[in-house]
Ligand binder design. Sequence first.
Ligand code: 13P
Length: 241
Amino acid sequence: MKKIIVANWKSNPEKISTAISLARASDKKGAVIAPPHIYLDIVGKTLNNAFLGAQDVFWEKYGPYTGEVSLSQLKNGGVKYIIIGHSERRKYLNETDEMINKKVVAILEENMKVILCVGDTADVHKKGISAVKRHIEKQLKADLKNVSQKMSKNLYVAYEPIWAISTSKSNSLGKADTPEDAVRVISYIKNVVDKKIHGKNIKVLYGGSINIKNVKEFLFEDEINGLLVGGASLRPKEFSR
Ligand code: 13P
């Protein structure tokens, strides 16, 4: 199975000119570039090889939803992948599983690809693997309500342990999960999704402090179908390598 590497730029960079040069430098086959909404159009026009991704969407196609960007707007703008339920949105914007579920269903009904983020907090992580599994299973069950087997071909899940996010600098290993522990959780995610919606061959990515030093160990794991990269995706030389 081919692996994908998704660049989540989050609320970066500050200027459109930097976004354009970042997009040029990151435009590789197998990559998905997810800039902030404001740069989607220009980044989409800049990419020739990578797919265009978005970091969120509203669940309706259009209508009176001030400040939101709709599904049709993203689809018509060339977006192929949409990240949903990122822990930063759950934390800072109080996004609930109910909202996330509406978005997931709406995206899959449009035949677009969704990258659903799930992950454990440091407190859950400290309690051990059984607690982590219970936490992730609860998120998956709520977030995948009304998702059918047929829809699951466009479903990606990203396992992002919250305690491992944003700890990495290019010259250190940061606090990424170990590939072995990530694989344990990712296998469990695949089982849960299979039981819930009979979604065989579901693709699960890992995210959290991936950088040039640790990337290979994660990519060599067969069970990990790709990576969701934050900080390192803003360092173009590192990301393209
Ligand atoms: P970092 O790679 O900066 O830890 O971010 C991971 C992430 O949240 C990607 O969505």
